[in-house]
Every structure is written in C-alpha cells, then in structure tokens.
Design a protein around this ligand. Structure first.
Ligand SMILES: Nc1ncnc2c1ncn2[C@@H]1O[C@H](COP(=O)(O)OS(=O)(=O)O)[C@@H](OP(=O)(O)O)[C@H]1O
Ligand SMILES: [Mg+2]
Ligand SMILES: [Mg+2]
Ligand SMILES: [Mg+2]
Length: 393
C-alpha cells in the first residue's frame, strides 16, 4: 500500500521520533496503570511520591521525568550528542534533592525498564542499565532555549499531566524545529483509541479497568501515535504498539484527514478541561455568535490537536488568561500535524504561531484557533474581533 511506501520515505529524524514516542507511551501507560492501582488499593508512601507539585502548583510525575530522560537518551544515541539540542519542559531541580532519592529511584527504574525494550521498537538499548547520574544528565541536557536559528527538538514529555494523574487523556509530544519552523511532529496519545468511540466513554471504562487486573501486554489497542512531515500534505496515524517488529510486515500507518464539515451547526469545538487554562465563558460566547450548537468537547492535552487532525472535531480554541505565555512544546507537534492533515492553525489575529523566538510563543495575539478548514476558521476569527472588547480577558 501507499501508506507503507510513504512511511518508508520519511526522514530518519521522523522515523526515530515515532519510535521513541511509541516507547514513551508504553512508559506512561505503565506508570499510569501503577498509579491508578495504588490509588484504589492503598495509600502507601509510594503513592505520596507519585504526584509532585511544581512552583506553579502544576503536577509532575515519574512519567514526565522518565519520558524526558528516555527521549533525550535515545535521540543522543541515534544522532550524536553534538547534533542534538532539545527544548523540553522538565528540569532536575526537584529530582536532585536529597529527600527525593526514592522518587529518583522510581524514575531510574521506569527509564531502564523502558530502554530495555528499545529493540522491540527498532532502537538500541544501552549496554547496561543507566545509573542515576546518567538519567539526571539525560534530563538536564534538554536545556536548549530554542530560537530562530539551527535545529532543535521540542519535547513535552507528558502534556496534560493533570489528565494523566486523573487516569484520563494526555499526550507525548515531540517535534523538530529548523530555523524556526516545525519540520516533523509526533503526538503519542495513549488513551485515545484508533476508532472514534472515545473520550466520554473512556473515563468510565478506565475507572472500571483500574479495579481489574491490568490487561495482558500488547492486547490493549486503545492508543495511537500521529505524525506528519512539514510540506508533505499528509498526516499519519498508527496504533500504539508494544512490539514494532511484528508490525513492520503490515502497512500499519493510516493516513488521516481533517473533517470536511464547515457548517457551524454541526461542528464540534474542543477546549481545555480547566477553566484556569482557557476561558470557558469567552468561548461559550464565541460559540453562540458563530452558531456552534454542540456542547464543547473538553479534553486534556494536545489530544485536542489530534482530534482536529483525525476529523473527530472541527475547532480547537484556547484563550489563556492575560499574561500567560504559551510554550512552544505545548503546540509545535500538534500544529504541524493539523496543518498537514489539511487544517488551519493561527493565533486569534489570524497569524501563524511563531516558534522561532525561544521557549515561548512570543507575540501571540490573544489565543489559539485550530480549525479543520478556512470557512470555520474565518468565522471564529471574525467573532473573536467582534466580542473581544466586551470580554474581560
Ligand atoms: N494558567 C495557564 N493557562 C494556560 N495554559 C497553562 C496554564 N498553566 C499551564 N498551562 C499549560 O497548559 C497545558 C495543559 O493544557 P490543556 O489544554 O491540556 O489544559 S487542560 O488540562 O485540558 O485544562 C499544560 O501542559 P502540561 O504541563 O504539559 O500538562 C501547561 O503547559
Ligand atoms: Mg504541556
Ligand atoms: Mg508536560
Ligand atoms: Mg507540566
């Protein structure tokens, strides 16, 4: 099939990125399953350690650090440390504290367990398990500040950590930026099933699952990985896999496209779950004035971009409070995937997001609007202008 040929034609960078995101997804699933079990059974000291608060009160877990270490280690091995620079969300401050020894040990174990499986994903394992200092080094070498020149990877090890700790949606996001432009992007969505029978259904399903024993490895086909290469005009989705070697024989990448719906009356918009991350009242006003009739789909993480790229929803809007600066790792991978799947992504002024100015999306005008097509996109942009002054954002 075409899918396979095109898949074989992708760059080495995208190929490695897809594989390492697959690995990262299985690390996350293991940690999430472990957390949900602990939650139900006993609140021992391990559980106390599992969710940590950052300075801004947002959560960070073994999975966030574990994925950052794993991706950093694999990219460095594959491309050479002199060729790899990475912008990523987490640092080692908390982890390096004396009292965090147990937490660090959990991270090191998660990383080694994950790296040991690298051959299943067509990548190489370390010759022996990494020491704590090597894991810390892998995390802290993700210290690039981005910028307008050269090449750097952009990683959000766990996006939607809140969704993750709640047993809900989250994503692993990896992109490569070259001279300020996102080239390939990969989004791993471990709780977003290949088929559309999803999200609402998901929570109760997960609640039920967490009381049962974990499913046999490899039998749970509930996640997907999306990816795209800038300029190809194509975006792809593959199932979350536990053994890549088995899949290499198949044409396992399926092309995805945005929705063709451009009638607001039947369009679905998605937005962040938390009101603190995006004004629900402002988007409700917009929805009303544009004629969107369906209830908003509130979903954690960049799964919202995945939903647009796959055609499961038509609009994604995010209006953070004034003064909040969006970070490049929360958007880079999602934006290129949506665009290559046929969608349109801009700020609320209709300008493209500028990934070339460091860690933040500097100069972002009010909010982010991703749509399946320009008809809906134009309408939303116009509605923002019409209602902005009367809002108090
Ligand atoms: N105050 C505020 N306003 C806007 N955005 C914020 C804010 N604080 C954090 N963040 C970033 O939002 C990321 C999660 O966004 P979501 O769209 O998943 O939000 S939500 O959880 O569904 O409410 C989240 O990503 P992760 O930290 O990777 O989970 C943050 O980077
Ligand atoms: Mg994030
Ligand atoms: Mg994150
Ligand atoms: Mg975070």
């Amino acid at each position: 099939m075409d899918g396979e040929n095109e898949h074989n034609n992708i760059s080495k960078e995208l190929d490695v990125a897809v594989r390492v995101v697959q690995m990262a997804c299985s690390l996350c699933q293991r940690v999430q399953d472990g957390m949900l079990h602990n939650n139900n059974n006993n609140r021992d000291h391990h559980h106390q350690q599992q969710i940590n608060s950052k300075d801004d009160n947002s959560p960070v877990t073994v999975a966030d650090w574990g994925v950052q270490a794993t991706v950093s280690w694999i990219l460095t091995e594959c491309f050479g440390s002199e060729n790899v620079s990475i912008v990523a969300e987490e640092d080692v401050q908390t982890l390096s504290k004396k009292e965090a020894a147990g937490l660090l040990e959990s991270v090191v174990n998660a990383v080694n367990e994950c790296l040991a499986e690298a051959p299943k994903f067509g990548l190489e394992s370390p010759s022996k398990a990494l020491e704590s200092w090597e894991v810390l080094q892998a995390i802290s070498r993700c210290n690039s500040d981005g910028g307008p020149k050269g090449r750097y990877w952009v990683l959000d090890p766990v996006d939607g950590t809140l969704g993750f700790v709640r047993g809900d949606q989250y994503a692993v996001a990896l992109a490569l930026i070259e001279d300020g432009e996102v080239i390939p992007g990969v989004l791993g969505c471990p709780n977003y099933p290949m088929k559309k029978q999803w999200l609402n259904y998901h929570q109760s399903y997960y609640r039920l699952m967490s009381k049962l024993s974990p499913p046999a490895a490899g039998s749970w086909d509930k996640g997907c990985v999306l990816y795209a290469q800038r300029g190809s005009g194509k975006a792809w989705m593959q199932a979350l896999v536990h053994d890549h070697r088995k899949l290499d024989q198949h044409s396992y990448a399926r092309e995805i496209k945005v929705s063709t719906i451009d009638d607001p009356a039947i369009a679905t918009f998605c937005e962040p779950v938390e009101k603190t991350n995006s004004s629900h009242s402002f988007t409700a006003g917009l929805a009303e004035s544009v004629g969107l009739r369906k209830q908003p789909l509130r979903v954690y993480s960049m799964v919202k971009y995945a939903a647009i790229a796959r055609g499961d929803a038509e609009i994604f809007m995010k209006f953070a409070r004034a003064g909040y600066k969006e970070k490049i790792w929360d958007h880079a991978a999602g934006v290129v995937i949506v665009q290559e799947a046929g969608g349109v992504v801009t700020d609320a002024g209709g300008r493209p997001l500028d990934f070339s100015r460091g860690v933040y999306l500097e100069g972002l005008d009010r909010g982010i609007i991703a749509c399946s097509g320009s008809v809906l996109h134009d309408r939303i942009i116009n509605a923002v202008d019409a209602s902005w002054d009367s809002s108090n954002l």
